[in-house]
Design a protein around this ligand. Structure first.
Ligand code: AMP
Length: 332
């Protein structure tokens, strides 16, 4: 099938929703773009990609980007988000909520004040919200869903190099550099369109995966301290004390989780990072797996996500053996 046909076929299911979304973008002069807490490449890439696309095509609109900045990606890869006070939200605005399947994980609660709400996501549906929602779990990244929409809506719109760069970061991030099983011909069709807009992919990769010498010390610590259960569940634990010694923030604890991908005998792998935040202390878990879905197990531990990449939380580290046991059952 031709790449163009792949894109058009995918868009058919959401034709009505796409046209409602573009009408809403045209209708509102004030637009706020939201996404999930603790953002990753895809959340931020989709958000800034769409921000630039709207700015390029509707230069007179006021567009805001909401949510927390990233500890290392901001400002290296993404500009700072907007710091708005509550008065901005009193006038009518459109909220576009990206890459998140449950309301409690939306990074800024003020999306609720929007006159009209649009949700675009690729996570398995947890709850539906918004006046119009596109949830396409067949896409590897939220940016893949959004680019499909932008390429197939009626009208003569431009996809600038700047917008394409951010969408590409999202696509690469959530497809694990086109390695995860969620990668499809459509993912590549979207990548091909983004490349056509003139992006420099070697610059993008260098920036995305840039490391510092100190980062190697964190990797060395993890390689010296991980465990593997009898069922092939690998995990490492970074408590608050060790984060201090390694000079990393809690957000960075999961950065090394994929050290354990593609290792013979390892079926699923997890990072377990203590979050000492006095308001809500917990242990944040990132879970990845080779070929079995782990999101049901993540859901048992206040989490969720994709079949092979999920997040969860433990209220106490005493719960870790139970998590490892539940994951292990999947591979017996
Ligand atoms: P992470 O391990 O934080 O990179 O998350 C992996 C995937 O799971 C991402 O797509 C997250 O959006 C999703 N995720 C993480 N935590 C949760 C949660 N508590 N509920 C639902 N989805 C989650």
């Amino acid at each position: 099938m031709k790449l163009e046909t792949v894109i058009i076929e995918k868009s058919k299911k959401f034709k009505k929703e796409y046209s409602k979304i573009i009408s809403a973008i045209k209708r509102y002069d004030r637009i706020a773009i939201f996404r999930h807490l603790m953002p990753d490449y895809d959340a931020l890439g989709t958000q800034f990609g769409l921000y630039n696309w709207i700015k390029d095509n509707f230069p007179n609109k006021e567009i805001k980007v909401l949510g927390d900045n990233h500890v290392t990606f901001t400002p290296r890869l993404f500009p700072e988000t907007d710091n708005l006070n509550d008065s901005w939200f009193r006038e009518p605005f459109l909220a576009i909520i990206l890459d998140v399947s449950n309301e409690s994980r939306i990074a800024d609660p003020r999306w609720k004040k929007a006159r009209y709400k649009v949700k675009i996501d690729h996570h398995p549906k947890v709850e539906e919200f918004g006046n119009v929602a596109v949830t396409d779990t067949t896409c590897a990244a939220a940016s893949e869903v959004v680019v499909n929409m932008l390429l197939t809506i009626k009208g003569n719109y431009m996809l600038s190099e700047n917008a394409a760069k951010y969408f590409y970061i999202g696509l690469v991030g959530d497809s694990g550099r086109f390695q995860y099983s969620s990668t499809s011909t459509h993912t590549f069709a979207v990548a091909s369109h983004l490349l056509n807009s003139g992006i420099n992919i070697s610059d993008i990769y260098q920036n995305m995966y840039l490391k510092k010498i100190d980062d190697l010390k964190v990797t060395a610590y993890i390689l010296n301290h991980f465990d593997v259960s009898k069922d092939g569940i690998a995990y490492y634990v970074l408590d608050a004390k060790i984060q201090n010694e390694l000079n990393i923030t809690t957000e960075r604890g999961k950065e090394n989780v994929n050290l354990f991908a593609n290792i013979d005998g390892i079926n699923a792998w997890c990072s377990v990072t203590e979050d000492p935040n006095p308001k809500d202390p917990c242990w944040r878990v990132s879970i990845r797996s080779k070929n079995k879905p782990i999101n049901q197990v993540a859901a048992m531990f206040e989490g969720g996500g994709h079949a092979q990449a999920s997040g969860a939380r433990l209220n106490t580290i005493e719960d870790l053996p139970r998590l490892v046991e539940e994951l292990g059952k999947l591979f017996r």
